[in-house]
Design a protein. Structure first.
Length: 633
């Protein structure tokens, strides 16, 4: 008799019993068996009833399994092994993965003792592998899959092959290797096409749909999932139905189809009420639910769902701990609770075991090659128990040595990076202090010129006008000279004062400065800018201010020293990169790094350092071009 089997991720039994309309016939069969008094017949009747109630009523399934095991003979494979597997199913259904794995491990030992056929061995090992993966033990899961593959290559049917290939696809998907997962999912679908087991077909279809959804192929995934969900509903299998609904919800969320999303969310809420809160499908739905709430900006509601999942981790760890911490940190960040966000990001980092994941990925790659080439020899099968122990001790020492070496290398890397970071921070601090002091002095001079010298010159001019009006003297020429001096002092004062970048963008400030710059009559100034006003509005005020001062200094040098007749100023902003270019056809040449007589170019270099940018001067044949690049990100 073919057995009933659990896939712990998708909670899919391989039920071979009739639908609900056959329940009465099964109960009558049990009554007949009990009247005969034959142990094998009674145990078989209980096994059929346990398969019928699986994923309908867990307590009934467990009851019939216990009753059947009281009558089953332990020296015969069937129905003894079938009852053991169905019994393990009940714990996985309730989310008790520790007990499910313990029961499946016992069933595996019994199958080996009884030299059970392929279908039993593959079914148990595949389910056990999925159970270890659900317990976040992928190395143990990989070991079970290797054993199942070895047995399956010797002799296996399409149902067993579909189950194993689908479980392998899930394992690759959970390690973010989606291309390989999709390849195994397609192989599972090919095997399912030859299978008569509707539950196996559903398992393969939902898994393939989920993987295609993760790859962004949402329309293809929805086409696979809709028929599977309808079939699960018609056969009254709520766990199957909820699993498919979760993946459909993800598809329509990614496609932005709000109406379909709301419809399937409502359907999922109804189905969820019919299942235990620790069931894998319910926890999978809650994970999808909080992700949607986060996407909609409903951070507190999302956190409430995450706290519920965290409380249930002792029973069933549906969401990996590092991902749960990271998603909780994102919600706190959305609430602007940056202290808690930082704390949960740190927890997420500590929960991620990069060395372990690297080893698991290497094992997965090796395993995939073995499957592709169908290599059947496993060295472990030829080792004695003493050799296994010796190998285990060797690996332990290697792991310890690797960990110590890794810790030492991390410490050395941290030491050098920290020294480099402190040195750069000191350089930036000195540059900023220098620039801040210079800017305070600029502001003071501007105020003194404006409030002191300009007003004094205005008073002198008014006195001269008064004397001229009284006919005391003709000071027209003197009055004109005082006016020019006053205008020059006001221009210097305005140039020293920085623009208010909370009201104007950098291109607007530079354009205004270029238009007001006093240049020789032979010099033509031109200004160009690239980028939208919205983009320039996002540039930090301090960055705009420093770039503006650099433009002032470079243009001042060009006007005073270059003898240029054409000067072009270009500003561009693209993909978080701000670029300034001043090109002229003059004779003045400046080389970065050379010492100058004045402080102007030294100030430019200090400002570039404070911005964390790069500054270069290139010869154009007929002049030179000064290029500043700043990474805003």
């Amino acid at each position: 008799m073919k057995i009933f089997l659990l896939c712990l991720l998708s909670a899919l039994p391989l039920s071979l019993v009739a639908q609900e309309d056959d329940l009465q016939a099964l109960q009558q069969g049990l009554e007949v068996a009990e009247r005969t008094g034959n142990r094998d017949t009674i145990a078989t009747a209980y096994a059929h009833l346990s398969e019928y109630y699986a994923y309908r009523r867990t307590d009934s399934t467990r009851y019939y399994c216990r009753q059947g095991l009281k009558h089953a003979r332990k020296d015969r494979q069937d129905p003894y092994l079938t009852l053991l597997i169905n019994y393990a199913v009940t714990y996985a259904t309730e989310g008790d993965m520790d007990e499910a794995v313990r029961q499946l491990s016992f069933a595996d030992r019994e199958a080996v003792r009884l030299q059970a056929p392929t279908e039993y061995r593959v079914a148990i090992l595949t389910s056990l592998g999925v159970g270890y993966r659900r317990k976040e033990m992928p190395d143990s899961a990989l070991y079970c899959y290797n054993r199942a593959l070895q047995v399956l290559e010797e002799n296996g049917d399409y149902d067993d092959r579909t189950h194993l290939l689908t479980s392998i696809a899930v394992l690759y998907a959970n390690t973010s290797r989606l291309d390989e997962a999709a390849a195994y999912a397609r192989r599972a679908m090919d095997a399912a096409a030859h299978s008569d087991d509707i539950d196996m077909v559903f398992y393969a279809a939902t898994t393939a749909g989920a993987i295609f959804q993760l790859q962004g192929k949402n329309e293809e995934a929805a086409r696979m999932l809709r028929p599977a969900v309808d079939k699960a509903r018609s056969q009254q299998k709520p766990m199957f139905e909820l699993k498919g609904l979760v993946y459909l919800i993800k598809c329509f969320a990614d496609m932005g189809q709000t109406d379909s999303l709301d419809y399937y969310m409502a359907q999922a809420e109804l189905v969820k009420k019919r299942l235990p809160e620790t069931a894998n499908e319910v926890l999978g739905y809650e994970e999808t639910h909080y992700q949607l709430l986060t996407r909609l900006g409903r951070y507190r509601e999302s956190l409430a769902v995450q706290q519920k999942l965290f409380a249930l981790r002792e029973v069933n760890a549906q969401t990996p701990l590092d991902r749960l911490y990271r998603d909780m940190a994102a919600n706190y960040e959305g609430l602007k609770d940056y202290a808690r966000a930082a704390r949960y990001y740190e927890k997420a980092y500590l929960a991620a075991d990069s060395l372990h994941l690297e080893q698991v990925n290497a094992d997965l790659s090796e395993w995939s090659v073995k499957y592709e080439t169908q290599e059947k020899e496993l060295e472990i099968a030829h080792l004695t128990q003493e050799q296994l122990k010796q190998e285990a001790r060797t690996w332990q020492w290697m792991v310890v040595a690797s960990v110590l070496l890794f810790v030492f290398l991390c410490w050395v890397l941290y030491y050098f990076l920290r020294r480099k970071r402190l040195r750069k921070e000191e350089e930036l601090r000195l540059a900023q202090r220098y620039i801040e002091g210079m800017e305070r002095e600029r502001s003071r001079l501007a105020k003194e010129l404006h409030d002191g010298v300009c007003n004094d010159l205005l008073g002198i001019g008014m006195q001269v006008q008064a004397r001229q009006a009284a006919g005391q003297d003709d000071n027209g020429r003197l009055l004109e000279m005082i006016g020019r001096v006053r205008d020059d002092v006001r221009h210097i004062s305005h140039e020293l004062m920085p623009p208010k970048f909370q009201y104007v963008t950098l291109p607007e400030a530079v354009a205004d400065y270029v238009s007001r710059l006093v240049a020789p009559p032979s010099m033509q100034l031109a200004f160009q800018s690239a980028g939208t006003e919205e983009q320039w509005g996002k540039v930090p005020e301090q960055v705009s201010y420093e770039v503006y001062r650099i433009v002032q200094e470079l243009l001042s040098n060009i006007v005073r020293h270059s003898d240029a007749t054409e000067v072009e100023v270009r500003l561009a902003l693209e993909k978080e990169v701000l670029k300034l270019e001043l090109a002229d056809n003059g004779s003045y040449q400046y080389h970065p790094g050379q010492r100058s007589d004045g402080i102007g170019m030294d100030t430019v270099n200090e400002r570039v350092t404070a911005l964390g940018g790069t500054f270069a001067v290139e010869s154009t044949g007929s002049g030179c071009a000064c290029i500043l690049t700043v990474q805003l990100a």
